[in-house]
Design a protein around this ligand. Structure first.
Ligand code: NAP
Ligand code: GDP
Length: 323
């Protein structure tokens, strides 16, 4: 039986990945922060999962844990996952989303050396490594030019993964463009919008205060991106794979689609306002990925389009407001 160690198992992607791996009979070990409120529910839902308490920032303990679990596969999803948080916590971001990845890679490499059996590694990389790209769409050969602490930490981790690949570790990355689901926190613009749109749809009152309405993102469906992770991890050749839809929409488009879905109709603009507090000091303006390599080499396909992503998130939030 394959044993997989997953960090970030309580997050959006970790939740979907855990379900997927358990379904296929993998023994899953997950890292959870001490006192993480999501852990007891996770244990109840999935009695098969083995959860280990630890902090990604405690690099020695992390290395010891990997040596102890001795997995066949390591999937690193944990870290600071929000650009906004990375501006508030740049040093922590570098530690968790940059340095800790090196510690995990080194642990996987040492395990491979000491056990004499291959260990596979998958890093959740990000479109933010491209920052302000000169080419559109971005693919695996696009130069890395991050413009925020999150992208910079992810770029370092991305390079480190390639370094360990060169050293003989089966270390792959998925360069993930934004992907959403009802599990997204409201710190991200999509869920902020769908949660607010649902409340407005229910009461006919309220306003969604947003930053840059013209910012465009390539938004996909999270479970599709988790499928790409599994494919990249199990692929014969460890490599980098862009996972994206290849289509962008603006924050304004998202707000319109969400408010219409919530039942507001043509009047939707009345419920959207801009607030300078939500405008970023530097924003990756247009990020759009070319997933051709993942499609060609991994046989990956997205299954859910933008309109359906919005609809599923709004419907979920409508159910929540309706109790
Ligand atoms: P998420 O929901 O924010 O999950 C992050 C996970 O990391 C959570 O389980 C969190 O645990 C854990 N974590 C944070 N700090 C930790 C620490 N100090 N020690 C141990 N665990 C810690 O992120 P996601 O959306 O699932 O994304 C998964 C990965 O893909 C991330 O690396 C993200 O940067 C990358 N990515 C995501 C997107 C996207 O659109 N979702 C796009 C590009 C790249 P707690 O529950 O305790 O906070
Ligand atoms: P990110 O792409 O990982 O930073 O995901 P976000 O969902 O946080 O942001 C996506 C885009 O929406 C960025 O270009 C933000 O500048 C833009 N945006 C506009 N208004 C808001 C807002 O109120 N909250 C957030 N989080 N982003 C906003």
């Amino acid at each position: 039986m394959t044993t997989t160690f997953v960090t970030g198992v309580t997050g959006q992607d970790g939740t979907y990945l855990l379900e997927r791996l358990l379904e296929e009979g993998t023994e899953v070990h997950g890292l959870v922060r001490p006192g993480d409120e999501a852990a007891p529910a996770l244990r109840r839902r999935h009695p098969g999962v083995v959860l280990h308490e630890g902090d990604l920032g405690d690099l020695d303990a992390l290395a010891a844990l990997v040596a102890d679990v001795a997995p066949d596969e390591v999937v690193n999803l944990a870290g600071i996952s929000s650009v906004a948080t990375s501006w508030a916590e740049p040093v922590l971001t570098a530690r968790l989303s940059g340095l800790a990845v090196t510690a995990l890679l080194e642990s996987a490499y040492r395990l491979q050396e000491s056990s004499g059996r291959p260990v596979r590694f998958l890093q959740a990389s990000s479109a933010e490594i491209f920052g302000q790209p000169e080419v559109e769409p971005q693919d695996e050969r696009t130069p890395l030019r991050p413009v925020n602490p999150y992208g910079s930490a992810k770029a370092f981790a991305h390079h480190q993964t390639a370094v360990y690949r060169g050293r003989g570790l089966h270390a792959a990355t998925v360069i993930l463009f934004n992907h959403e689901s009802p599990l997204r926190p409201t710190t991200f613009v999509t869920r902020k919008i769908t949660a607010a749109a649902a409340a407005i749809g229910r009461t006919g009152e309220g306003v969604i205060a947003l930053g840059n309405l013209d910012a465009r993102r390539d938004w996909g469906w999270a479970p599709d991106y988790v499928d790409a992770m599994v494919r990249a991890l199990r692929h014969d050749v460890a490599d980098d794979f862009v996972v994206a839809t290849g289509r962008t929409h603006s924050v304004r488009d998202f707000a319109e689609a969400a408010l219409r879905r919530a039942g507001v109709g043509d009047d939707w603009e009345r419920f959207v306002t801009t607030d300078p507090r939500f405008v970023r000091p530097a924003d990756a303006s247009v990020l759009v990925g070319d997933p051709s390599k993942a499609e060609r080499e991994l046989g990956w396909r997205r299954t859910v389009e933008f309109e359906e992503v919005v609809a599923r998130m709004v419907d979920h939030d409508l159910e929540l407001v309706e109790g």
